[in-house]
Design a binder for this molecule. Structure first.
Ligand code: PLP
Length: 402
């Protein structure tokens, strides 16, 4: 009989969001409309420049002369999008060659699929709390060991708490693969240059690889926070960077992202860029022409201006949440360089208990920090991606019940 991948049986189940959904559904006849500030999806429409570019590309696809099929260009993406991405890095003084850029349908897939080029024996380090995709995909690949008492036996957990400014310290046990997400989901913290340099030097010294997720880089407002790990000297020999148009330009339903693997990144003389190129060439047939044109439009002058307006809208929500909850006496983090606000639950409340209180008394859906890892216990995540009016109303309701 066929043998299955037993690692799937070890997964504790899609616990967090299904459980939130179950509790919300079980809440019958809420006294006021429920406001959802839990799941991190965007709410504002695509920029008009993006919509125009998609319409034009669709029209091209409808004519024999301009129709496009499989993309034969470098790394399965058209020059126009790879060059636009390359130039956007250059604007920040970062030199990336266009054949170091791999365009895909999402940072989620890339963060998960990247495991294909690494051995199952590697020791993996993850921040705690963390975006669950890094943990679950490594568990599926057999790198995480067994799930016991809320932790995976082979993972190195890097606690990120208020005490260390939500940035991990170097671990005792040296990991081979190190996931760093900055600006961070869920804590909303963004790493400084010095903090990232510590990890870049460490990875180069130990031959580790940093898997750097900067899906939220567009939300950085402070100058000492790098947008890319490649702003740190030496990162080109130890890091892979994941980026996405999802939160930058509202592409959560359009789907487009990219991963940068420098050609200087080698282990045992083998190029990780070449391996990923081989992997993608075999298992992925690229992003549609229409979507690549949509992504290109985000780099036009008009596109940039329109996108900046939407990001400012979400930043304003973040400010409303931060200021409102602080004024109500809560200890609040994040929301300055990220669309997430992370706050401590009041004395005596665990994450889930306070989640329930906010749901039942304020009719506001949040995300309990414990769902992102053991060090998330005692925290709640709120997203700034909601509608502005609803966000304001949610903050007022929370203030009222405290
Ligand atoms: N990385 C982080 C840290 C995220 O929070 C998310 C989405 O919530 C993603 C990646 C997924 O991005 P994409 O929509 O490009 O798959």
């Amino acid at each position: 009989m066929v043998k299955l991948n037993d690692n799937f049986q070890k997964l504790p189940g899609g616990y967090l969001f299904p459980e939130i959904g179950r509790r919300v559904r079980a809440f019958q006849n809420p006294p006021m409309p429920v406001i959802r500030l839990g799941i991190g999806d965007v709410t504002q429409p695509l920029a008009p420049a993006v919509v125009e570019a998609m319409k034009k590309a669709c029209e091209e696809m409808g004519h024999k002369e301009t129709f496009r099929g499989y993309c034969e260009e470098t790394c399965g993406a058209y020059d126009f999008i790879r060059f636009a991405i390359r130039d956007s890095y250059l604007e920040r003084g970062v030199n990336i060659a266009d054949d170091e850029i791999f365009v895909s349908d999402g940072a989620k897939s890339d963060c998960g699929n990247i495991g294909d080029i690494f051995s199952a024996d590697n020791i993996v380090a993850v921040c705690d709390p963390v975006y669950p995709v890094y943990v679950d995909t490594n568990a599926m690949a057999g790198r995480a060991g067994d799930f016991e008492n809320g932790k995976w036996s082979r993972l190195v957990y890097l606690p990120c708490t208020a005490e260390n400014g939500f940035f991990p310290e170097l671990p005792e046990k040296t990991p081979d693969m190190i996931y760093i997400c900055s600006p961070n989901n869920p804590t909303g913290a963004a790493a400084t240059r010095d903090q990232l340099k510590t990890w870049v030097d460490y990875a180069n010294k130990n031959g580790s690889v940093i898997l750097f997720d900067s899906a939220y880089e567009a939300y950085i407002t402070e100058d000492d926070k790098p947008h890319s790990i490649f702003e740190i000297p030496g990162a080109e020999t130890c890091a892979i960077e994941f980026r996405s148009f999802s939160k930058t330009a509202g592409f959560t339903g359009v789907r487009c992202a990219y991963t940068v693997i420098p050609k200087a990144l080698k282990r045992g003389g083998v190029s990780l860029n070449a391996m990923w190129n081989r992997r993608q060439g075999t298992k992925f047939n690229g992003v549609s022409y229409v979507v690549q044109r949509a992504a290109e439009a985000t780099f036009s002058a008009e596109g940039k201006r329109q996108i900046a307006e939407t990001i400012a809208y979400y930043h304003n929500n973040a400010r409303v949440i931060r200021e409102g909850l602080s004024a109500a006496g809560l200890t609040v983090y994040g929301g300055v360089n990220a669309p997430y606000i992370w706050f401590r639950t009041p004395e005596g409340f665990g994450s889930w208990e306070f989640f329930d209180k906010l749901l039942y008394e304020a009719c506001v859906v949040t995300t309990p920090g414990a769902g992102f890892g053991p060090s998330g216990e005692g925290y709640i995540r709120l997203t700034a991606f909601g509608d502005a009016e609803a966000t304001l109303e949610a903050v007022e309701r929370i203030k009222n019940i405290l």
